[in-house]
Design a protein around this ligand. Structure first.
Ligand code: 5AD
Ligand code: FES
Length: 359
């Protein structure tokens, strides 16, 4: 079934329980058919909060001088955490950080990726951990180096596809055009590409969000990570406020379901920001068609330094506590976790077959 813009807007605006019940049923049934019912873990390591960008919404933006400590984890801390993750049976990790483009940083990330790839190979994971990177806008050459080092997925949120809203959220030197170009470069280099938006940004409309979903579809995106926009007291937009929590949660859940229905066979994350709104936010996201979640593995000592928005959960939990807590949460909603698997979305494989046929 294909959905028009009007259909998508209608889904996003649902608030009545009978509409929502139908939306959930349709999204879950399609999810079961297209990607299965398993939930895949991506252990996330936020390895540095040093950032050259100044996105107005973000707590770790360059000009937030109130952020007391800027950190970068040591190489062995990152590698050990990744290996712990492999040992626990999480098939994939995400290495995420603020944006830096200097050669020392890129070489550092390249060699960390290569070491993790090499050392995480085992009987359980013959191809090693699946490695996803989220380190912002880089040159095509850098993307190529990181891909060759062993990363095979990349997350770069578009944040919003509305040009005027994008301009309002970012300084002049950070452009929507460049971000779109980066998404193209990533795909060309061979990465599975993930993107997403923030939901409920001041000034954002349902029409814009519907266009965002069409953008994901038209760009042939493989993975989606999106979550509610939540103010940060030291962000530059705190005075503009945010949506009321209940309505924001519902809109975010409706976005997940609508994205599932329109894109069908991609991986969709139930993001941590949902849990910042309500304690069972991530499980609710799974109930609207998400099939990926990201246990936080960032070492406790630096975790407070990576607060992009207010009320981020799990700041005191160790990796073990977070993983087992999540497992119980996932099982409580009748789902199970796909351990020791990369969990690539079927979308990627279909795309590969197409490319193969073409060649
Ligand atoms: N609220 C919600 N999400 C945010 N991000 C950054 N700041 C906020 C905020 N205040 C998200 C952005 C970015 C991702 C790493 O975190 O979408 O891409
Ligand atoms: Fe992190 Fe529960 S999900 S402690």
């Amino acid at each position: 079934m294909s959905y028009t813009r009007k259909d998508i807007i209608e889904m996003l605006s649902f608030t009545k329980e009978d509409d929502l019940g139908r939306l959930r049923d349709e999204a879950l049934s399609l999810m079961g058919k297209e990607v299965g019912n398993l939930v895949y873990y991506r252990g996330i390591i936020e390895f540095s909060n040093i950032c050259r960008c100044d996105c107005r919404y973000c707590g770790i933006r360059k000009s937030n001088s109130k952020l007391s400590e800027r950190y970068t984890l040591e190489r062995n801390e990152i590698v050990d955490t990744a290996l712990w993750c492999a040992d626990q049976g999480y098939g994939s990790i995400v290495l995420q950080s603020g944006e830096r483009v200097d050669p020392a940083f890129i070489s550092f990330v390249e060699s960390v990726v290569a070491e993790i790839k090499e050392r995480s190979r085992s009987e359980k994971l013959p191809k090693g951990l699946g490695i996803t990177l989220g380190i912002g806008e880089q040159s095509r050459e850098t993307y190529r180096r990181l891909y060759e080092a062993g990363a095979h997925r990349y997350l770069l949120r578009i944040e919003t596809t509305d040009p005027a809203l994008y301009r309002r959220l970012h300084p002049k030197n950070q452009t929507l055009e460049n971000r779109i170009e980066c998404l193209g470069d990533l795909k060309e280099v061979g990465f599975q590409v993930g993107t997403g938006v923030m939901i409920g940004i001041p000034g954002q409309t349902l029409d814009m969000l519907a266009r965002d979903i069409e953008f994901f579809r038209d760009r042939d995106i493989d993975m989606i990570g999106m979550g509610p926009y939540i103010t940060h007291p030291h962000g530059d937009m705190a005075s503009e406020g945010m949506m009321e929590k209940e309505a924001l949660l519902q809109l975010s859940l409706n976005m997940i379901a609508a994205t599932r229905l329109v894109l069908r066979d991609v991986n969709i994350a139930a993001t941590t920001a949902l849990q910042a709104l309500v304690p069972d936010g991530r499980e609710r996201g799974l109930g609207y068609g998400a099939n990926v979640t990201m246990p936080n593995l960032t070492p406790i000592k630096v975790r407070k330094g990576y607060q992009l928005y207010e009320g981020k959960p799990c700041l005191d939990e160790s990796g073990t506590a977070c993983g087992s807590c999540l497992l119980n949460r996932i099982r409580s909603v009748g789902r199970d976790v796909g351990f020791n698997l990369w969990g690539d979305s079927p979308h990627v494989n279909k795309r590969k077959v197409l490319i193969g046929n073409r060649g």
